[in-house]
Design a protein around this ligand. Structure first.
Ligand code: PEP
Ligand code: MG
Length: 300
C-alpha cells in the first residue's frame, strides 16, 4: 500500500488528453504541509494565516508572524508557496478587534491598519524568500485595494531587501468578479475563493453554503468570467475553495479553464487521481452544459 502511495504521488496530474493541472494544498499547519507534499501536491495554494493567530491579544509583530510561518514555509523551498495575508472579519474576528468591528473584512479591514499589514508582508518576504512566493489578498473588492497593498509591499521589500514574491487577488465577491479585468491588470495571479463566492453570488449565508453547491449556473458564470479576465491578462488562475477538491466540481472547473486547484491535504491524492481519469474535452462539454443551466430556470 505504501509503495502504491509513493507511486501515485510521483504520477503527473495530467488528463487523458495531455493537459497538466497544478494541484496545490490549502494549509494552516506544518503537519498539513507534510501531508500535502506526501500526497503529491506541487506546493501550497493557500496558507490561511489568520488561523495561526485567531487568539492573539493584539496585531502580531513581524517576529511573531515569522515564528508562525517558518515551520510551514521551510519545507516548501523551491516550490509554490501562496501566503494569504490575514483574512479577519465575519466569523474570524480575534478578541483584539472585537470592539473595532465596522463590518469590513479581509483586505479592506487590513488596509485600515497599514502598519500591521506591512509587518506581516515583511515577515512573509523573510520566511518565503526560498520559495516561489506568492502573496494573496483576501476579499478584494476593487483594484484600489491592490494598489494600496502593493505600496505597502514595496515598503516591506525596501525594509527587508527581499525582492521575491508576486502579488495576487482573491476573487470571492460579486464586486471582484465585475472588476476582474481591472484587478487582473494589476495582479500577478488570481485565486477564486468558491466558498465565499458561492455564498455571496447566491446571497446566502456562508454556513448554509454547504447546501448551495458551487455548480449553480450563476456561480459557474462568475468563475468563467474570472478565468477569462485572468487569461486575457496572461495570468494563471487558481481555485482554492472547497469546490477544488469536490469530485463533482473538479471536471467543471477544468472545463472552465482553471489552471490550478488548491484543496485540503486529504483531497490532494484523490484530486490528482481524478484528473488522470478525465479528458479536458469532456470537461469542456460538461462545463458548457452546466453553464447553460443559467438559461433554464429549474434552479433558483
Ligand atoms: C474561499 O472563500 O473559498 C476561501 C478559500 O477562503 P476561506 O475559506 O478561508 O474564506
Ligand atoms: Mg474566503
Amino acid at each position: 500500500a505504501r509503495r502504491a502511495a509513493i507511486e501515485a504521488r510521483s504520477e503527473p496530474a495530467v488528463t487523458t488528453d495531455g493537459h497538466h493541472v497544478t494541484v496545490l494544498a490549502n494549509v494552516a499547519s506544518a503537519a498539513e504541509v507534510g501531508a500535502a507534499l506526501d500526497a503529491g501536491a506541487e506546493g501550497v495554494g493557500l496558507v490561511r494565516t489568520e488561523l495561526l493567530c485567531l487568539d492573539a491579544g493584539r496585531w502580531p509583530a513581524e517576529a511573531e508572524h515569522r515564528r508562525a510561518l517558518r515551520p510551514l514555509l521551510s519545507p516548501l523551498a523551491g516550490r509554490v508557496a501562496t501566503v494569504r495575508v490575514l483574512d479577519f472579519g465575519g466569523d474570524k474576528l480575534p478578541p483584539f478587534l472585537a470592539g473595532d468591528d465596522d463590518g469590513s473584512r479581509g483586505i479592506a479591514l487590513l488596509l485600515r491598519h497599514p502598519a500591521a499589514l506591512e509587518d506581516q508582508l515583511a515577515a512573509i518576504l523573510a520566511e518565503g524568500a526560498g520559495c516561489r512566493l506568492r502573496i494573496l489578498l483576501p476579499m478584494v473588492d476593487d483594484v484600489s485595494q491592490l494598489l494600496a497593498a502593493g505600496e505597502l509591499l514595496a515598503r516591506a521589500r525596501k525594509r527587508t531587501g527581499i525582492e521575491t514574491g508576486s502579488l495576487g487577488a482573491m476573487i470571492e465577491t460579486p464586486a471582484a468578479v465585475a472588476g476582474a479585468a481591472a484587478i487582473a491588470a494589476h495582479s500577478a495571479f488570481l485565486s477564486i475563493g468558491t466558498n465565499d463566492l458561492t455564498a455571496s453570488t447566491l446571497g446566502i449565508d456562508r454556513f448554509a453554503a454547504g447546501t448551495a453547491p458551487a455548480d449553480h449556473p450563476r456561480v459557474l458564470a462568475a468563475i468563467a468570467r474570472t478565468v477569462a479576465a485572468a487569461h486575457d491578462a496572461a495570468l494563471t488562475v487558481e481555485v482554492c475553495g472547497e469546490a477544488a477538491g469536490d469530485p463533482a466540481m473538479l471536471p467543471l472547473l477544468l472545463g472552465l479553464g482553471v489552471d490550478e486547484l488548491s484543496t485540503g491535504a486529504a483531497r490532494v491524492g484523490p484530486a490528482r487521481a481524478q484528473i488522470r481519469s478525465l479528458s479536458l474535452d469532456d470537461c469542456r462539454r460538461a462545463a458548457l452544459a452546466a453553464l447553460e443551466g443559467a438559461a433554464t430556470p429549474q434552479r433558483g
